[in-house]
Design a protein around this ligand. Structure first.
Ligand code: ASP
Ligand code: MG
Length: 427
């Protein structure tokens, strides 16, 4: 192997249609001297579409075939656009995967939902990488497709699998060494984000938006020189442009600050991504696939972030659950133990919590499957009230002026401040 490996990650938006795929090809082509491992997500909103497939399959609902058709037709249309009249000649590998997907949905058995989900939703990544790998090979960008199910070793926590680090490292190194011919020109591997498999070979997923994390796991395993996440924004911004018109690009971010930002819900990077990179001091670049020559942002081993400005993180669809003991006793340690147990068993992450003498409030994402279950269980021992449709605003490096600006005209239900972070739950 000549030269350090570079890991690239392209998310759903960067492969959402034929033009996007052509653009990906031109970006990758510019790095053809490097040793590249390219991690790719499902195309566009395919993961959401496959979640509908999984839901319908689980309910054994007749809407299933419509949802399946939508996924298959979407990819067929992209193939037609990529190859025109010749598309039929390039359909075979993708068609095999369409057939496999259909077969899986025909035999749901009585699998628990999360397990069934992990058998269905990974087809998004399998199909996208298969189509793109073929397209690149066809366009003089020779590459090899690697099956992430044989690289990323996980436990069997369906839909939220944990990586078994040392086994993964061995598997990744073996696959890359075996497949990289010493051409001196640089190799190119294409693989899937988001998926892995447990030791029995059952496919698992790493949690929504998990492809960034896959890139970090591969980089960690290979001691990569750097990782680049290619996005449709110029880099890491101090706020999501969906919520804010005048965003500022952060040029340089320390690992610690990036961990804080993603922990609080900055969606630009998956929260689990930074730690493995920090452990090996691997820099992470966030760059625009629309403007590949622009500098973007770099997250690395820096003492401080540049520029030093407030960052805003907005999380919508929040639920604030207030829990009080039925007997009006104080929220004692015993009660807290029960409460945390309920959230932890349901796999629900607490975004913010606050306790008073007689109640304990918890702000969580409004997951339509898990939250009703949590509320039901809490109801067995406590008096529970909840508010839905809220927004959690986190401001790093806040000042009073920017707090006033974002909450103007809104009702604040909870407010918390520490030295660097202010958090507000608002209606
Ligand atoms: N396709 C998966 C998702 O949309 C993983 C990813 O894109 O990171 O959640
Ligand atoms: Mg994505």
């Amino acid at each position: 192997m000549s030269g350090a490996v570079r890991v690239f990650k392209f998310g759903g938006a960067s492969v959402k249609d034929a033009d996007a795929i052509r653009n990906l090809a031109s970006v990758v082509q510019q790095f053809n001297k490097d040793n590249l491992v390219v991690v790719i997500s499902a195309m566009g909103k395919t993961t959401n579409a496959l979640e509908l497939v999984a839901e319908a399959c689980f309910r054994k609902d007749e809407s299933l075939s419509g949802y399946l058709d939508a996924v298959i037709d979407y990819h067929r249309a992209i193939l037609s656009d990529l190859y025109g009249d010749e598309a039929g000649n390039y359909m075979d590998e993708a068609s095999l995967l369409f057939d496999e997907l259909i077969t899986v949905t025909r035999q749901p058995g009585n699998l628990p939902f999360d397990r069934l989900y992990d058998q269905i939703v990974p087809y998004g990544e399998l199909i996208s990488t298969t189509i793109i790998s073929r397209y690149l090979n066809q366009h003089n960008i020779p590459n090899r497709w690697l099956d992430a199910r044989q690289l990323i070793v996980t436990d069997d926590s369906w839909r939220n699998a944990h990586v078994v680090w040392d086994d993964t490292r061995s598997a990744v190194k073996r696959a890359v060494n075996l497949n990289s011919e010493a051409t001196g020109k640089g190799f190119l591997f294409i693989t899937q984000g988001f998926i892995g498999s447990d030791p029995s070979g059952a496919v698992t997923t790493l949690g929504r938006e998990g492809s960034d994390f896959t890139a970090a796991v591969l980089a960690w395993s290979l001691d990569a020189g750097d990782v680049t996440i290619w996005k449709d924004v110029p880099g890491v911004l101090n706020a999501d442009p969906k919520y804010f018109s005048d965003t500022i690009k952060l040029d340089q971010i320390s690992y610690e600050e990036a961990i804080e930002l993603s922990y609080y819900g900055a969606t630009v990077i998956h929260p689990k991504t930074i730690k493995p990179l920090q452990n090996r001091k691997i820099p992470l670049y966030v760059r625009s696939f629309l403007d590949p020559s622009a500098s973007g942002s770099v997250i690395g081993d820096f003492a401080e972030s540049i520029p030093d400005v407030p960052s805003f993180i907005f999380k919508s669809n929040q639920v604030l659950i207030s829990i009080a003991p039925r007997d009006f006793s104080f929220i004692a340690e015993k009660n807290l133990q029960i409460i945390f147990g309920v959230f932890s068993n349901a796999g629900v992450r607490i975004n913010l919590m606050q306790n008073s003498a007689i109640s304990f409030s918890v702000c969580v994402d409004g997951d339509p499957r898990r939250i009703p279950q949590v509320i039901l269980q809490l109801n067995a021992s406590f008096k529970v009230r909840y508010n839905e449709g809220l927004q959690l605003i986190t401001i790093r490096r806040y000042n009073q002026g920017v707090i006033d600006q974002v909450v103007a005209g809104r009702k604040i239900l909870v407010e918390q401040r520490s030295r660097l972070t202010a958090q507000l739950v608002v209606l």
